[in-house]
Design a protein. Structure first.
Length: 187
């Protein structure tokens, strides 16, 4: 059995999960908005969010656990549990379903260096094309890519992401290069 990556203050993580038995997590547009609202409520207080992509049957988040939070490290998993439980309860009620919505344990990969951080952002943003949800990742509505290149207010740490890629132009070009390379990347 695969060991769970321990959540630590100050560390970056690629967080992802899918529907139980590959069931859809987001049956309609309201579901996507509700999940993002719950991320704001449960995750933003303990972590900075750098990238996300919500697909019909799974999701990806790139976060960094804040250093200055009062939660003890052995309790850092609790906000994620609260997020998933709150979303599942709402989905069960609204969509008249029962039982577990998410696969039992969400996956998390600790990001070890800047190169892995950059590749994870690219991986997350290109995921809708990889899985056939769209032909053009730039216009996929449930991804942080359009938000990062916009000027609209956001709870994402946009400045950090753009600085990581040096600027907005390199951020855009890096995504285009990966598309041309036919997704030759791993997070």
């Amino acid at each position: 059995m695969e060991a769970k990556e321990k959540l630590e203050k100050g560390s970056f993580y690629h967080i992802f999960n899918r529907g139980n038995n590959k069931e859809d997590l987001f049956p309609d547009e309201n579901a996507y908005a509700h999940f993002l609202k719950l991320i704001s409520r449960h995750i933003i207080p303990i972590a900075d969010v750098y990238a996300y992509c919500l697909l019909k049957n799974h999701f990806h988040l790139l976060i960094q656990i804040k250093e200055d939070i009062e939660l003890k490290e052995d309790k850092l998993h609790q906000p994620f549990s609260n997020l998933f439980n709150a979303y599942a309860k709402t989905a069960n009620k609204i969509y008249n379903r029962e039982g577990s919505l998410f696969r039992s344990n969400y996956k998390r990969i600790k990001i070890k260096d800047e190169n892995q951080l950059i590749n994870t952002i690219l991986y997350i943003h290109l995921n809708p094309v990889k899985h056939g949800f769209t032909d053009d990742f730039r216009h996929y509505e449930h991804s942080s890519y359009p938000t990062i290149i916009s000027e609209k207010p956001t709870k994402l740490n946009r400045e950090f992401v753009l600085h990581l890629f040096e600027n907005k132009e390199n951020f855009i070009a890096s995504h285009q290069i990966k598309v041309l390379e036919k997704f030759d990347l791993e997070p």
